[in-house]
Design a protein around this ligand. Structure first.
Ligand code: GDP
Length: 439
């Protein structure tokens, strides 16, 4: 889902690649690209503008940590902004009442009946006594569909196929629920292909008669801008409590998820991601933002770096690299920093593209142990001047660290190679810029 949007946003962030700092000029280009990507994904123009203005303002006010690149930082800011836009945190449905009545509204084909079944199944799994009510008085097939679902999940369905009065059916259902000790009643209603007066009147009178604790508006996320307009029309009439976004498993462009909350100011409470009864999830704005960006891992990386990276230490190291004085003590301190940031495999896996590559490789904190042991077996002079480590010293270090001379040789070789790269980078001009180019 959201593949297109994720790709475009990734491209937008790449315009910052190799830039050492965030400036008014370079952020403007990136922000313009982000805005275009959002609009292409069907995000309402006004909303896209608001988000990107906010992202820009935040980006300019933030210092870029040495540990992360401006592109990564902007990814994090965008993630936070999208999360905020979609409501911040999950909002629960209200299940008060005896029984609690949940009214399900939406256009025909939006996925109301399927969702009613899913919600019943979801609540039943939590040990709740649930009942479904078929109030689609126009389509006998819809009643039948709900009955089939009810049977599948083991939930009773109240239906009166001959009765053409939805309010009457619902009232009878509620009475029956009380008598049979059902705590939650989910009322599936009739929809139309487009918003029309008759449908709105009917659902409005159901709401008035039943006083549901929760009225949920179900909308097909594939319908883009239309989803937002339909949500607006239903909300003006029904003042619903929450939104259910369906068909997020399809190639939805995602715009609905981003705009609906802002436009109707009602929380999205559930998402539906398939036709099966268990394809239902509570809506978490932060997880959704992660999915939209497709770069949740970068976001956690920046968070972790922000939490645990020692800026002064990073600056000190940078200076040493620029002066070509980077030694084994610095190497050790770098290892410590990485370890502080958490599990090494997790950390490496957070780098985009690395996750897959690492799946079959055994990298864990222990992989660094021999390296650490070797460095700790070196004398101060050896750490500062690895050139003096001759054959007999190598043997002593290997013995002291419980490793082999081969392993010591490998580390020394890798260290030399690393210093060569650093030297070349310095020649390319400006250590800091060169370091960021690596990101
Ligand atoms: P209603 O007219 O609003 O009651 O809509 P239905 O529940 O009958 O759903 C319409 C169609 O969409 C059916 O074929 C469902 O199987 C399908 N559908 C519902 N929710 C989802 C979903 O989350 N993902 C996918 N792929 N299909 C869904």
């Amino acid at each position: 889902m959201f593949d297109n949007l994720s790709l475009k946003l990734e491209k937008a962030f790449q315009t910052l690649k190799g830039q050492g700092t965030i400036t008014e000029v370079n952020v403007a280009t990136t922000v313009k690209e982000i805005r275009r990507a959002l609009i292409d994904a069907d995000v309402n123009f006004k909303v896209a503008k608001e988000v990107t203005d906010e992202i820009k303002e935040q980006a300019l006010g933030k210092n870029v940590l040495t540990a992360v690149s401006p592109g990564q930082l902007l990814t994090k800011i965008t993630n936070d902004e999208l999360t905020r836009l979609m409501g911040g945190s999950n909002e629960e449905i209200d299940l008060t009442g005896n029984p609690a009545v949940i009214l399900i509204a939406g256009l025909q084909g939006s996925g109301k009946t399927t969702f009613s079944g899913k919600l019943a199944n979801y609540l039943k799994k939590q040990g709740k006594q649930v009942m479904l009510v078929a109030c689609d008085i126009y389509r006998p097939a819809a009643i039948n569909q709900l009955q089939v679902l009810g049977e599948q999940i083991g939930v009773e369905v109240f239906a009166e196929p001959e009765n053409k009065n939805a309010v009457d059916i619902a009232n009878k259902a509620i009475k029956f629920a009380r008598e049979s000790n059902k705590r939650i009643v989910i009322v599936d209603t009739a929809g139309r292909l487009a918003v029309d007066e008759e449908m709105m009147n009917e659902i409005a009178s159901l709401k008035e008669a039943l006083s549901p604790s929760e009225t949920l508006f179900v909308v097909d996320s594939m319908t883009g801008q239309d989803a937002v307009n339909t949500a607006k029309a239903f909300n003006e009439r029904l003042n619903f409590d929450g939104v259910v976004l369906t068909k997020l498993d399809g190639d939805s462009r995602g715009g609905a998820a981003i705009s609906i909350r802002r436009v109707v100011e009602k929380p999205i409470k559930f998402i539906s991601t398939g036709e099966k009864m268990d394809a239902i999830d509570k809506f978490y704005p932060d997880r959704m933002a992660n999915r939209i960006l497709g770069m949740g891992d970068v976001v956690s990386l920046v968070e972790k770096a922000q939490q645990s990276f020692d800026e002064d230490e990073a600056r000190r190291l940078n200076k040493k690299i620029r002066k070509n004085q980077f030694d084994f003590n610095d190497f050790l301190s770098q290892l410590e920093q990485i370890k502080k940031m958490g599990n090494i495999k997790d950390l490496l896996g957070m780098i985009p593209g690395m996750g897959k590559a690492l799946r079959n490789i055994d990298v864990d904190d222990d992989s660094f142990k021999p390296v650490e042991a070797i460095i700790r077996s070196m004398t101060t002079a050896e750490r500062e001047n690895p050139e003096i480590i001759n054959g007999s010293r190598r043997k002593r270090i290997a013995d002291g660290s419980g490793t082999s001379v081969q392993e010591v040789n490998n580390l020394l070789k890798q260290f030399q190679d690393m210093k060569k790269v650093m030297k070349t980078m310095n020649k390319m001009g400006g250590g800091k810029r060169a370091m960021n180019a690596l990101n």
